[in-house]
Design a binder for this molecule. Structure first.
Ligand code: XIL
Length: 315
């Protein structure tokens, strides 16, 4: 392990990692990286709708229970990820034809089941994931939007608040980490929700970055939400490098990780920085961004990389 958990505690922030169920249960080295370096976990996949409710009314709690159980035994917090998202939905949901009332019922059943099961143990939920179109600034016309209209966001947040009044409710988004139309569109959406009294407590800045293009103004963007009284989190940090990653690039990447953690410390209500995977071996990057590699603070063999030192440096 490293001094990261103690340093994060001393600064009053959480430092998290996205975890996959199989290695979390079966791989000691994987477990040791998690418990030795982080203070919170996010389920990388297993709490997504597709896995939690693969068929209507058929819930599979094996993965979520494993993650929450591991966290509990090791004193780690859990970020709940995620309730409404256009990806990784089961076919019965995405291909169903729904009336408004039916879809609100389905939403409620899912929240009751998932938030209810972990009430008190998962106190932060990404209620809305990626509400804006990839390039921004428009709202994404996902299933929820198509059936319920743009108000689906407010309705989902109100519903989640009813289900668990103590949970911190987030909108999680990417491409908003630096100034731009998409960042402004999210800010406008959020101020509109708050003006209407919609329960919303935090904004997740995903932070899937390309090496050399980590925005300089991330703290400024996050502070806009602090100013509104909201928490912010860097929820899915990784910094991908074109293959092959050279030693020099790994050193530069360390400064980028450092800069992101420093940005969080510079923002009064930034509560957590979470990296999106335990090691480069488990990272989603090579699958989703062919030709890119080495995005995380631990290498394929669980050896710490310069990026880990960058985070230590920031703290
Ligand atoms: C990714 C996972 O890392 C992959 O394993 C999965 O195949 C697809 O989803 N934004 C999110 C995360 O909010 O849930 C995504 O996670 C990455 C992008």
């Amino acid at each position: 392990g490293s001094e990261l958990p103690a340093l994060a505690d001393a600064h009053g922030i959480g430092l998290g990692v996205a975890v996959a169920v199989n290695p979390l249960v079966h791989d000691d080295d994987y477990q040791n990286v998690v418990t030795g370096n982080y203070t919170s976990v996010t389920a990388e996949n297993t709490m997504k709708w597709q896995y939690v409710q693969p068929e209507r009314y058929e819930f599979d709690w094996s993965g979520p229970d494993a993650v929450v159980g591991f966290a509990g035994r090791n004193g780690l917090d859990v970020r709940g990820h995620t309730l409404l998202w256009h990806n990784q939905q089961p076919a019965w949901l995405s291909e169903g034809s729904w009336t408004e009332a039916e879809l609100l019922g389905v939403m409620r059943e899912h929240m009751d089941a998932l938030m209810g099961r972990y009430q008190g143990r998962i106190t932060t939920w990404d209620v809305i994931n990626e509400p804006l179109v990839d390039g921004g600034p428009g709202l994404r016309e996902n299933l929820w939007y198509q059936v319920l209209g743009e108000d689906y966001i407010a309705e989902a947040l109100r519903m989640a608040h009813e289900v668990d009044p103590d949970a911190r409710l987030y909108i999680n988004e990417f491409g908003i980490e630096g100034a731009g139309d998409k960042a402004d569109a999210l800010h406008e959406l959020v101020t509109g929700l708050l003006d209407r009294g919609v329960p919303l407590h935090g904004i997740g800045f995903q932070g899937h970055f390309v090496h050399g293009a980590v925005p300089e103004d991330m703290a400024e963007q996050m502070r806009r939400y602090s100013d509104l009284g909201l928490d912010v989190t860097v929820s899915e940090l990784d910094v991908r490098i074109p293959e092959p990653a050279e030693p020099e690039q790994l050193e530069e990447q360390a400064r980028e990780y450092q800069r992101v953690v420093e940005a969080c410390l510079d923002v009064p209500t930034c509560v957590n920085v979470t990296v999106w995977g335990v090691s480069d071996h488990h990272s989603w990057i090579p699958d989703w961004f062919p030709g890119y590699t080495d995005a995380l603070p631990f290498d394929d063999s669980y050896r710490p990389k310069p990026a880990l030192g960058g985070m230590v440096q920031a703290l």
